[in-house]
Design a protein. Structure first.
Length: 80
């Protein structure tokens, strides 16, 4: 929560939110619908069935270290 007793606002702040916002902006540049960052991709269990493609290693504004970005293409199909 941000604010005072009379006026409160709930919001998300910090480095993870900055990175998410920058990744969202990169969707248009790469011509994709959904991008996830390396830290999110690394925590994504294989059992979820998401099919992702590595796009690039990028340096976003406000961060010193570059991060990998992935396109989330969709769900993997079950073998027939």
């Amino acid at each position: 929560n941000i604010g005072s007793r009379e006026r409160l606002k709930f919001g998300c702040m910090g480095d993870p939110m900055n990175l998410a916002s920058r990744a969202e902006g990169l969707c248009k540049f790469y011509g994709v619908q959904v991008i996830c960052t390396g830290p999110t991709f690394d925590l994504l269990p294989a059992s979820t069935g998401f099919f992702c493609r590595k796009l690039d290693l990028v340096q976003v504004k406000g961060r010193h270290d570059p991060t990998l970005i992935y396109e989330v293409i969709g769900l993997k199909e079950a073998p027939v």
